[in-house]
Ligand binder design. Structure first.
Ligand code: NAD
Length: 257
C-alpha cells in the first residue's frame, strides 16, 4: 500500500480491460487516478466504485483521437489537482485486415487513436512535467510490436511507433527526470480480446495459448502490476525500457497451425 502515495496519474482507456485494472491498482496504492475514456457511463461507474473504497478517482470523458479534448482533459487535471506525476497511454482500438485491402479510413482511424493519441497526451502533459522536473510515462504497446501476427499490420505498426517514441523521449528528457517506458502485453483476456475471440473463434484462443510459453492468456491485473512498478519511484533509474508481460510469447518461435 502507498507505492503511489500523493501522485496524480492520468490513465487513458480506463473504463475497461487493462486500463481499468491499472486504475484500480494505482488507486489502491494511493494515487489519485484521472480516468479517461470515451465510454462515459462505464468510466463514471468504475470511478464511483473506486471512490466508494475511500480511494481517489476522477472520471473524464475524452477521446484521445481529438486534440481539443486531450488538451481540455489535461487542463482539467491541472486545474483540479495542480500536478501530473504519471501518464499511462493505454487507450487503443483494434482494427485488423489484410494490408493490401485496407482502406485509408481504417488505417487513419487506427493511427489517430493508437499512435497520434499517445503523442497528443504526451504533448499536453510535457510542459507540466518539465516544470516539475519529474514524471513517469508508461506506454502500453504490444507483443505485436515485436513479432508478426497475420493481418494485424496497422495495429502492429502503431505499437512499433510507440516503442520508438518511448526510446526517443527517454533519451531526450532523462536529464529532466522524466522517465518513458513501455509495456508489451501478450494475449490478455479483456473485452478487446473477447472481441477477437468472437471474430476469429477457437483458432485465436488456441493460438493465443500455444504462442505463450505459459500456455494461457494473461490477466489484466498482471499487466497493471508492471505499470505500477514503472509508475512508482521504485523504477526511479529505469527509462527507455520495455517490459514484456506476455507469458514468454516473445521468447518462443512464432506459433503456426
Ligand atoms: N488485450 C490484449 O490482448 C492486448 C495485448 C497487447 C496489447 N494490448 C493493449 O493494451 C491496451 C488496453 O487494451 P484492452 O485489451 O484493455 O482494450 P479494451 O478494448 O478492453 O479497453 C480499451 C479501453 O479504451 C477505451 N478507448 C477506446 N478508444 C478510446 C479513445 N479514442 N479515447 C479514450 N478511450 C478510448 C475503450 O472505451 C475501453 O474502455 C491497448 O493499448 C491495447 O492495444 C492489449
Amino acid at each position: 500500500m502507498g507505492r503511489l502515495k500523493d501522485k496524480v496519474a492520468i490513465v487513458t482507456g480506463a473504463a475497461d480491460g487493462i486500463g481499468l485494472a491499472i486504475s484500480k491498482v494505482f488507486a489502491k496504492e494511493g494515487a489519485t487516478v484521472v480516468m479517461v475514456d470515451v465510454n462515459e457511463d462505464k468510466c463514471k461507474r468504475e470511478a464511483q466504485a473506486i471512490l466508494q473504497q475511500n480511494q481517489n478517482a476522477l472520471p473524464l470523458f475524452c477521446d484521445v483521437g481529438s486534440t481539443d479534448m486531450v488538451n481540455g482533459m489535461v487542463q482539467t487535471c491541472m486545474e483540479t489537482y495542480g500536478r501530473i506525476d504519471v501518464l499511462v497511454n493505454n487507450a487503443a482500438i483494434s482494427v485488423s485486415g489484410l494490408v493490401s485491402e485496407m482502406p485509408d479510413e481504417d488505417w487513419d482511424r487506427l493511427m489517430n487513436v493508437n499512435l497520434k493519441g499517445v503523442f497528443r497526451c504526451i504533448r499536453a502533459c510535457m510542459p507540466h512535467m518539465l516544470l516539475a522536473e519529474k514524471g513517469s510515462v508508461v506506454n502500453i504497446a504490444s507483443g505485436q510490436a515485436h513479432r508478426s501476427w497475420d493481418n494485424w499490420t496497422a495495429y502492429a505498426t502503431a505499437k512499433g511507433g510507440m516503442l520508438s517514441m518511448t526510446t526517443q523521449l527517454a533519451g531526450q528528457f532523462g536529464h529532466k527526470n522524466i522517465r518513458f517506458n513501455s509495456i508489451s502485453p501478450g494475449a490478455i483476456l479483456t473485452p478487446m480480446a473477447e472481441e477477437r475471440i468472437e471474430k476469429e473463434g477457437a483458432a485465436y484462443v488456441k493460438a493465443s495459448k500455444l504462442q505463450a510459453a505459459m500456455l494461457r492468456f494473461g490477466k489484466d491485473h498482471e499487466v497493471a502490476l508492471a505499470a505500477l512498478f514503472l509508475a512508482s519511484d521504485e523504477a526511479a533509474y529505469i527509462t527507455g525500457d520495455d517490459i514484456k508481460v506476455d507469458g514468454g510469447l516473445c521468447a518462443l518461435p512464432r506459433y503456426m497451425e
